[in-house]
Design a protein around this ligand. Structure first.
Ligand code: NPW
Ligand code: K
Length: 461
């Protein structure tokens, strides 16, 4: 996993102060990384339009123009006259090399957005809104320097933002790039080294970006085993039995030795999934909430009192009773609407979905502060997993998963690993990665994936 920071300016200041680097060295590395990428990826006859603002993001662009000049057909468009010292210096250098400055935007082969970086500090005016809209309308390959212009340090878009194919983030990953809103604007994200190794540039972090290698699949080492070796998951069925069936299939496919659906009357379900009216004696984990609907508090309380690891999903986030059971045994998997109910039940906040979606990291942190031992997975375009005041981002999800039943597969996968003895945070991280990475293997299109397709792909990970 990689470290992620709310802000990077203090890290930049630190390397200048402690390791005697300079702003100019950092900037040279920033522009060089984009230069090398363009040099490798594109033929020399391409036109490149570099759109520069007045701060150091613009200065990065002017330095990039100097590097690209003569290799490519480079034009600079100045949005606002250079204001920062580095922007003035880089401007002077670009002018002295006779690089062409243009006064009209055009559909170049490649556009590099260097209008605003981390210094965006107010609303965009009409001119800049129109300018970004024009850039977005072009069919060019779009690069963003540090962050697509228009996205602020909280990952929010006040008016409009540049839609890039690739974003070069300078020095460290920033949380702003991983808001759900930013997901459709950042494109691929590439981390740029600013002159010292990232382990030196970056200090300790409490937010992390998950990678494929963080997924630990339940491979078996010992041949001398039996079905009981791999746990017995009990899924509490509710009014809508379909959700439990999907979860049970996902759990079985992900390695649980036994899976039972606990239901009040016999159901027509897959033969390898067991059914029972009661929780099994040898139960090792419980999943509850999916398709739950109405349930008597007393029945719910009896289940919550059992001392097994549990996944709480869906309808259970509307039951006030759960607040008394949010301990280290519990994994919560709410979507935003369910999470705002949970925030209200726990007296943390009474907010709208919009407020939550604009500040996902903030509210996950607040929840974590009150319940540090519980594992939380907040669903979204970028999934946030949290425990012990640390947040893990799973950014592999796409619109392919925006279908009924996807969430039931996820809760089944997590519960399966819990049943097999994984610690709750590890179970949640590995299951969430399996869920999203499996969905990426579905290549037919991005609209037709169903839970069975997803489970098939999980089996092939
Ligand atoms: N520090 C380092 O060592 C390194 C930094 N690097 C680079 O520097 C970037 C940060 O540079 P930065 O701090 O100069 O901010 P930046 O984003 O260029 O813009 C600030 C200017 O824009 C203006 N402005 C803001 N909002 C506005 C609006 N809505 N509408 C109109 N104007 C607006 C704002 O106005 P002012 O506040 O002055 O009124 C100010 O003049 C960073 O993202 C990275 O690319 C790399 O080279 C690596 C080394
Ligand atoms: K930018």
């Amino acid at each position: 996993m990689k470290k992620v920071f709310d802000e990077v300016a203090s890290l930049e200041k630190r390397v200048v102060k402690d390791f005697f680097l300079s702003e100019e060295i950092l900037m040279e590395h920033a522009s060089n990384s984009i230069f090398n990428y363009i040099l490798k990826k594109f033929r020399k006859n391409k036109t490149i339009l570099i759109v520069c603002g007045c701060g150091n993001n613009g200065a990065d662009g002017l330095a990039l123009a100097r590097l690209l000049h003569k290799n490519f057909n480079v034009k600079i468009y100045i949005v606002k006259e250079p204001k920062s010292a580095m922007a003035k210096l880089q401007y002077k250098r670009a002018k002295s090399l006779n690089i062409e400055f243009v006064h009209n935007l055009f559909e170049a082969d490649i556009i590099v957005d260097c209008i605003f970086g981390t210094g965006l500090n107010k609303k965009l005016d009409e001119n800049i809104i129109n300018l970004i809209a024009s850039l977005n309308s072009f069919n060019s390959f779009k690069i963003a320097c540090d962050i697509p212009s228009g996205i602020d340090i909280y990952g929010q878009i006040i008016n409009i933002a540049y839609k890039s194919d690739i974003t070069f983030t300078m020095g460290a990953y920033k949380t702003s790039l991983f808001s759900d809103t930013a997901k459709d604007y950042v494109g691929d994200i590439k981390l740029v080294n600013l002159g010292v190794h990232k382990d030196i540039f970056q200090i300790d972090a409490d937010i992390f970006l998950l990678e494929k290698k963080d997924m630990v699949l339940p491979f078996r080492n010992n041949k001398n085993s039996h079905k009981g070796t791999f746990g017995h998951l009990n899924i509490i069925a509710g009014e809508k039995i379909g959700a439990s069936i999907i979860s049970s299939k996902a759990a079985f496919s992900f390695g649980a030795g036994l899976v039972t659906i606990v239901c009040s009357k016999e159901q027509n379900i897959t033969e390898y999934i067991m059914q029972s009216r009661n929780i099994a004696q040898n139960c090792t984990a419980i999943a509850i909430g999916m398709g739950l609907g109405e349930i008597y508090d007393k029945n719910l309380e009896e289940i919550l009192e059992l001392n097994f690891p549990k996944v709480f999903d869906a309808d259970i986030f509307y039951k006030p009773l759960i607040v008394n059971y949010l301990d280290e045994n519990i994994v919560l998997t709410p979507h935003p609407k369910e999470f705002i109910s949970l925030l209200k039940l726990t007296n943390i906040a009474d907010i709208s979905i919009e407020e939550l979606q604009n500040n996902r990291f903030l509210y996950v942190k607040k929840f974590c502060k009150k319940y540090p031992k519980t594992t939380l997975l907040l669903k979204g375009a970028n999934v946030l997993i949290a425990k012990d005041n640390k947040i893990y981002i799973n950014s592999y999800g796409t619109q392919v998963l925006s279908k009924g039943g996807s969430g039931d597969v996820l809760s089944g996968l997590i519960a399966s690993l819990l049943a097999q003895g994984y610690e709750p945070l590890n179970a949640t991280i590995s299951a969430s990665l399996a869920h999203t990475l499996a969905s990426k293997k579905y290549k037919k299109n991005n609209y037709s994936l169903n839970p069975n397709d997803l489970i098939k792909k999980v089996k092939k990970l």
